[in-house]
Design a protein around this ligand. Structure first.
Ligand code: GRF
Length: 224
């Protein structure tokens, strides 16, 4: 299904958030209180994770669809989709959801499934992004929100934030700097989608009709 942005469309959108752990991105989405979006449920692929407690404290319906209860990826994804669809979401948001999804699942949510990844895609897809960036000595790193396609961490890019890599960074300090930016760009992307300003075109391109063009370059290390 294709979603066309309609400027000024204020109809509230139903959003389901999928997590697997800490849930800090989920938390900022809940606390952003985006006017155009209603968080219908938070679903976790693991029981007893901190993110579930946070969601419950916010009065959000939670569910667990544990991957351990399913013999293979297909049956897990089918159970997950059945649970998600109870909430008839306009948008499904992956927020630290640590399972690779089957192409059937991804196709079912085409144009309404987004993810946040802790690197400037297409660099550093996959795991251990901060360690790998440090090892390569890159000077600029960051995070990306993108539509999900069957090609892991390679879907059409919606928004990115870049941060400098500092000389004494460790994976932990770099993660912290990147995570701070994740918490800024994810609510923005969800707000755009729910306001009708953002969609995925049939040709696979992101259509965003509410874009402020940045005026400055990020140069790292800085010029003197
Ligand atoms: C974030 O860095 C996100 O980009 C990645 O997994 C981490 C999840 O963190 N996909 P949290 O659960 O949102 O705190």
């Amino acid at each position: 299904m294709k979603h066309r942005p309609e400027s000024g469309n204020t109809t509230e959108k139903s959003v389901v958030i999928l997590i697997s752990g800490r849930g800090s991105n989920m938390q900022v989405l809940l606390e952003a209180e985006l006017p155009c979006c209603r968080i219908a449920a938070v679903i976790s692929s693991k029981a007893d994770v901190p993110g579930l407690d946070i969601a419950m404290q916010h009065g959000i319906t939670t569910q667990v669809v544990a991957h351990r209860d399913h013999p293979d990826r297909e049956s897990f994804d089918a159970a997950l989709a059945a649970t998600i669809d109870l909430y008839q979401p306009d948008l499904v948001v992956l927020a630290g959801f640590m399972r690779i999804l089957t192409s059937n699942f991804v196709a079912h949510y085409q144009g309404r499934l987004i993810n946040i990844h802790p690197s400037l895609l297409p660099s550093y897809g996959g795991l251990d992004t901060h360690e790998r960036a440090l090892r390569d000595g890159v000077k600029i790193h960051g995070c990306t929100v993108h539509f999900v396609t069957p090609d892991l961490d390679h879907g059409p890019i919606i928004i990115q934030a870049a941060v400098p890599v500092l000389m004494d960074d460790t994976p932990a300090t770099l993660e912290e700097r990147v995570l701070r930016e994740e918490h800024r760009i994810y609510p923005q992307a969800v707000r755009w989608f729910c306001s009708g300003y953002l969609s995925l075109e049939a040709n696979g391109r992101v259509l965003l009709n509410r874009m402020k063009q940045p005026g400055a370059a990020l140069i790292a290390p800085g010029l003197e």
